[in-house]
Design a protein around this ligand. Structure first.
Ligand code: ZN
Length: 382
């Protein structure tokens, strides 16, 4: 069985002997006599890196062996040098140790467990089996960051079953043998198989990004360390851009946006009033000589208002009534009728006016490229 060297999360380079190498679908499965590569577990993904000049794409456990999935084959019996990808491993350990840290405070305050932990590269989520208020979450976040500033030691131990039975610790599984205990002194004791940082200072920062109700409890989104710093920088850049656009200080952008939205709503209301007035004028002026098909032309009014006009115009004809709205190129249209089956006729109308669109037998809508004179001429034939 492979000697596991990842207990000490800081060991990233090692030498080992290749015990076996098996070809699989996309690469090779390599087993070594010893390894600092961590196989996925405890919510943390398997390490990547290099081994004897080839890439390690993933690490996982199979029948108690640590399997290194490599790009190329390695010679059995060869002595190889392994290098765990330091940046990826550091970020995972920061997020994972940070999760233990904030969970320690949440567990202490409310007794909740983390019943679903996901550790991705851009998102870390923990699912609590209870509801936590924003204030309580902020308090735990604050305490976690104060513990980072105090640089509290994080230790790994393997207590025997007797010692374990008298210990209070968080655990997802009921285990009695070879239990690996990760302790953040005075804050958290948790059974976990993944490599961790040696002290809380190395976590850098724990930041809660958001939280939401989830399966009767709470899903909390966090990021720690370098990943948290990167998202902080991205968001600061966004706030700076918004602040410039609004000519407002960064801390006053929310108020400025609120003001802008208020102004926008007022303008929308004014436009809608003007539109309604314009529509009423058109409706009041609608006239049709006889009961034949006819059309009216509008400009700068919405489709909803055009539909309103069409509904009134159709009452004045035994044929079809068209409402055409002038666009930058051509016209948008709504055509209504109580006698002509428009759905079947739409192909002909669109063909004659260089348009596209469709709808029901009572009403069709679309756009045309024909000019005003051509439209008027065509309407006499419907
Ligand atoms: Zn853990």
């Amino acid at each position: 069985m492979t000697e596991k060297l990842f207990d000490d999360g800081s060991l990233l380079e090692f030498d080992a002997v290749v015990l076996s190498c098996t070809e699989i679908k996309k690469g090779y499965e390599v087993v070594l006599d010893r390894s600092a590569f961590f196989p996925e577990g405890g919510g943390q993904a398997g390490d990547i890196g290099t081994l004897g000049g080839t890439e390690v794409l993933d690490t996982y456990e199979k029948n108690g062996e640590v399997i290194h999935k490599t790009k190329s084959a390695l010679e059995v019996g060869a002595r190889v040098h392994g290098c765990v990808n330091a940046d990826v491993r550091l970020r995972r350990m920061q997020n994972h140790s940070g999760e233990h840290l904030i969970m320690g405070f949440i567990h202490e305050k409310l007794g909740y467990e983390n019943v679903g932990f996901h550790l991705g590269s851009s998102e870390v989520t923990l699912d609590l089996n209870g509801v936590i208020s924003d204030d309580d979450l902020k308090e735990c976040e604050q305490k976690a960051n104060e513990a980072i500033a105090k640089d509290v030691p994080i230790t790994i131990t393997y207590p025997d079953s007797e010692a374990l039975s008298s210990m209070q610790y968080r655990s997802k599984l009921e285990m009695t043998e070879n239990v690996r205990i990760v302790t953040i002194e005075g804050i958290d004791v948790c059974a976990c198989c993944a490599p961790h940082l040696s002290s809380t200072g190395k976590i850098g920062i724990v930041k809660v990004l958001s939280s939401e109700s989830y399966k009767g409890g709470t899903r909390v989104h966090i990021l720690c360390g370098l990943d948290a710093f990167e998202i902080f920088r991205q968001r600061m850049d966004t706030v700076s851009q918004i602040s410039k656009l609004l000519s407002s200080k960064p801390e006053k952008t929310a108020a400025a946006v609120e003001r802008l939205l208020g102004e926008n709503n007022e303008l929308k209301r004014q436009i809608s009033d003007i539109e309604k007035q314009k529509a009423q004028e058109i409706i009041d002026g609608l006239k049709n000589d006889g009961r034949g098909s006819f059309c009216v032309f509008t400009k700068g009014i919405s489709r909803d208002v055009m539909r309103e006009i069409a509904n009134k115009a159709v009452l004045l004809t035994d044929g079809a009534a068209g409402v055409f709205g002038e666009e930058a190129q051509g016209f948008s249209y709504i055509i209504a009728s109580q006698s002509v089956a428009l759905r079947a006729k739409s192909k002909e109308i669109n063909g004659a006016l260089g348009g596209k669109g469709g709808g029901s037998d009572q009403m069709i809508q679309g756009s045309v490229t024909a000019d005003k004179a051509a439209i008027e001429e065509y309407f006499k034939t419907i």
